[in-house]
Write a protein that binds this ligand. Structure first.
Ligand code: SAM
Length: 349
């Protein structure tokens, strides 16, 4: 029938729809839920942990950049999302930030968070300047979109993003080009991405095509053979079915990065990174500080205690006695977060 033909056409259009469009659609449709709702989430501690890890990574790389004598620090946040790292860059005292993401709605939210942050900053505090770009960074040459065509970056930060590009060699290469081509000599490309070896290990150990627990689930179409590009799996967190991601075969990533004169400085599983960093007093105390944010609603009748900016409930002032040790990831959260690795590349010349 004509109706059947039409729905078949619609279905095939959906099947060939570009992977990037699906990614943008997914992230654009995510609601901005605010801190209160975020902290009710079952993965509250996992998000905290990821933020702690990114803070340490960013802080340490900034230290190296400054140590090398860079005065005006410029950063590219590739796949910035809603701007979860804006405050980290402010704490790091950078001078300029370029935020790019495929999801236009997220870029808008990122921009208004930045404007908000500037408004709330203290009179004598200088907040970095910023540019916001909405673009598919696996297809578009970002440098052509820069307001300042001569801009070079000290750091490109690509947090929980790079795996989307491994759908094809062309896309992975364009993302890499965007990350690296405008880096100053000695500049850094830093990021976090799932560890393909860990994913495959867990898949092979599973008696089905999926593994996970009550907070996350990973499912593959098949197992036994894993193409270098476009080896897709679905990752869902907290029952939210996510867009497909692709395995990033790290030795290949490292090899490709060499084309852009990038040398691998660090590759560490989250667990190894954590074990090493937590030994340092200041990193441990940052973790304690971040962990002192208590999930809402607190058990004292669901009232919310807020800090001076009206954002947070502080455990010590409010309901310090009622929780498992703050900052402690549940076993299920740890199983999810321990899939990831952190990487640092440095531009040689
Ligand atoms: N980096 C942010 C953070 O750490 O909070 C956001 C991470 S979120 C898990 C992944 C982000 O990658 C999303 O905002 C998504 O829109 C973005 N992304 C995925 N594919 C992209 C592409 N081809 N170009 C630019 N951004 C992309």
């Amino acid at each position: 029938t004509p109706e059947a033909a039409q729905s078949a056409r619609a279905l095939s259009a959906e099947l060939v729809i570009d992977h990037s469009v699906k990614v943008a659609r997914h992230y654009n449709s995510l609601q901005e839920v605010g801190l209160a709702a975020r902290s009710r989430s079952r993965i509250f501690f996992m998000r905290n942990f990821n933020n702690w890890l990114k803070s340490i990574l960013i802080g340490e790389v900034l230290e190296q950049v400054r140590g090398a004598g860079s005065q005006q620090v410029s950063v590219l946040d590739l796949g910035c999302g809603k701007g979860g790292d804006l405050l980290k860059w402010r704490r790091g005292g950078i001078n300029h930030l370029v935020c790019a993401d495929i999801a236009a709605v997220s870029v808008d939210q990122c921009k208004s968070r930045y404007e908000d942050m500037k408004k709330k900053s203290y009179a004598n505090e200088k907040v970095y300047s910023a540019q916001f770009i909405s673009a598919d960074c696996t297809k578009v040459v970002l440098s052509e979109k820069l307001d300042d065509q001569a801009l070079m970056f000290d750091i490109c930060s690509c947090q929980f993003v790079y795996h989307y590009s491994f759908e094809s060699e062309q896309k992975a290469d364009m993302m890499l080009r965007n990350a690296c081509e405008r880096l100053k000599p000695g500049g850094f490309f830093i990021g976090t991405t799932p560890d393909a070896f860990e994913l495959v290990k867990r898949l092979e150990a599973s008696d089905s095509l999926a593994f996970g627990n009550e907070v996350f689930n990973v499912s593959f179409q098949s197992k036994g053979s894993y193409p270098l590009f476009g080896c897709q799996y679905h990752f869902s967190l907290e029952d939210v079915v996510n867009v497909p991601e692709s395995l990033v075969y790290f030795p290949l990533f490292e090899h490709m990065a060499k084309r852009y004169n990038m040398r691998l400085v660090l590759k560490q599983r989250f667990s190894e990174f954590f074990e090493e960093k937590v030994k340092k007093e200041q990193h441990l105390s940052l973790m304690m500080k971040m962990a002192a944010l208590e999930p809402f609603p607190c058990e004292e009748g669901g009232r919310q205690a807020t800090d001076s900016r009206g954002e947070y409930c502080h455990a010590k002032e409010h309901c310090g006695s009622s929780r498992r040790p703050l900052g402690t990831l549940s076993k299920s959260e740890w199983e999810a977060t321990s899939i990831y690795l952190v990487f640092v590349f440095q531009k040689m010349s």
